[in-house]
Each structure stands twice: as C-alpha cells, then as structure tokens.
Ligand binder design. Structure first.
Ligand code: 6GU
Length: 271
C-alpha cells in the first residue's frame, strides 16, 4: 500500500517512523510519504489560509495549494483515471463532519492501493477542493468521533495505525487480529497474567481450569457483559440470529431478548 499525507505540520507525523508502522515501512510493506502543503504555495509568505467568505471566526485553507499538492500525489500512482473508479486513490479528509471511522472502515481501506490524507487546519479546507478532488480521487471525509481536534494530523496517526496493522505481514501473529475488540462487533474480554493471586485479587478460576470449552464460553459471555455495560449501542447492530442457547441465556441475564435476530433490551422503549 502507498500512503501520502499532506499537512502544514509534517513533523506531526514523525511517530509513524516508530513501532509496527515504522517497521512495516522499513520492510517495504507500506510506502508512506509526508508532504508539506507549504511547498505547493507560490507567494513569498507561503500562505495557506485566508478569511472566510460570508464572515465568521477563524480562517479557511486556500484551494490552490491543496489542488497542487493533491495533483502531485495523485499522479504518483499509475492508472488514476477518472473512468475507472476502482483504480482511483482514496482521498481521506479528516474532519469532525465526516463519516465515523471504525474497524469495518479500517478493513475496507486496508484493501486500497493508495490512500491520501489531507490534513486540514483552521476552520477547514475550501469546499470546492473537496468537489474538484472527485475527478481524481474517491473522496471520504472521515471523523474519529464526536469531538473536535485542532487539525487532522492526530486523526491520521490513529487511522494509519488502525489501517496499517491490517496489511499482510505488519502484525507478526495474524491470530491476534482475529480475537480483538470490534473484530466481531463486540468488545474484547478481560485478560490476566501471572501471578494467579495478586494483592488479594484472584484470576477468575475458570481460566486456570484447563477446560478450553468453558474458557471460551466464559470469555464470550464477558464480551457480552462488557459490551452491554460500556457500549450498548454496539449490541443494536449485533447479529444475534445465530447465537447458541447458552449465548442467548447469557444475554437474557443481561436483560436482552432476541427478537427477529436482533437483541432487544427488555422493558426498552418502543418506537
Ligand atoms: Cl478526523 N479531524 C478533526 N480535525 N477533528 C476531529 C476528527 C478529525 N475526528 C474527531 N474530531
């Protein structure tokens, strides 16, 4: 995979030289280039922003430096023709006004040949850039969650790590990708290591039993319990149609019934 990041703070992306992602780059599994937006300006002061039409607080990023920057990275990948949608690079525009980033989107983006991240600052990028970019890219404004960051750089660190670790060969033991939070629409079960008793706290005895069937079921039910407690919104999406009787009973104990293949909180509001 090839990733290009355009930012006015390229140093912000330095952590992508570390750890698993840094190693993936060294190993040639991931080609990642960071570009300074200011190198695509033409004025003496290398201006990237201006006041908003219509008034209001803050500044807006000027369109032309962005067009130059995006043209330069779009040309870098072969076959970026407007006719063949599947070969267009994906332009991800980090923004609190985007679609939510999640594990499903990480898996989807991990299949792409080229990703380009356009890090906005200030109040955002002139909207015409987003429209114009559709000629060269599949454009996806993406948000990490319902809060506001000062710019897209921190969001790009998060997204590149989430996507990069799904590329073949990046995570040493691919099994660790299978049993993790969100891989099956549930939160991960709790984990424990030695000693079995620590500061008067014991590891759940089932984990010491050697009974692999019981352990698997205990872990699964802990996933249900945790998800119901911390992220009940995920259970609304959960496919409950193929749950075993034991799993359905575990959900019953948590106050959920299975209705038409979906979990429904007992005594919940009808709409
Ligand atoms: Cl992706 N960008 C910015 N600037 N703020 C955010 C965000 C992204 N996601 C949540 N807040």
């Amino acid at each position: 995979m090839r990733i290009d990041v355009v930012s006015i703070f390229p140093e912000y992306l330095a952590p992508l030289e570390l750890s698993l992602i840094g190693k993936a780059r060294q190993d040639g599994l991931l080609e990642l280039n960071v570009h300074d937006l200011r190198t695509f300006t033409t004025d003496k002061h290398r201006t990237v922003d201006d006041t908003p039409y219509g008034g209001g607080a803050g500044m807006v990023m000027k369109p032309e430096p962005w067009a130059k920057a995006l043209e330069s990275v779009a040309g870098a990948s072969e076959g970026a023709g407007a006719a063949e949608d599947s070969r267009k690079p994906v332009l991800i525009v980090p923004s609190p006004a985007g679609e939510r980033f999640n594990q499903a989107l990480a898996y989807e983006l991990a299949e792409e040949e080229q990703l380009v991240f356009a890090c906005g600052r200030y109040e955002g990028i002139d909207e015409r850039v987003i429209e114009w970019a559709e000629e060269h890219f599949t454009v996806r404004p993406v948000s990490l969650g319902d809060y506001v960051l000062n710019g897209g750089e921190v969001a790009v660190l998060a997204m590149v790590e989430a996507i990069g670790r799904l590329l073949p060969g990046v995570v040493g033991n691919p099994e660790s990708l299978i049993e993790e939070s969100h891989s099956d629409g549930l939160l991960e079960y709790p984990v424990f290591t030695k000693p079995s008793s620590w500061r008067e706290r014991d590891v759940p005895p089932v984990l010491l039993s050697g009974n692999h069937g019981k352990i698997a079921q205990w872990r699964r039910h802990e996933q249900f319990r945790r998800t119901a407690d911390r992220r009940p919104d995920l259970l609304a999406e959960f496919d409950a149609g193929s749950l075993s009787r034991a799993d359905r009973n575990a959900f019953k104990d948590l106050g959920y019934d299975v209705v038409d293949g979906r979990l429904r909180l007992r005594g919940g509001q009808e709409d």
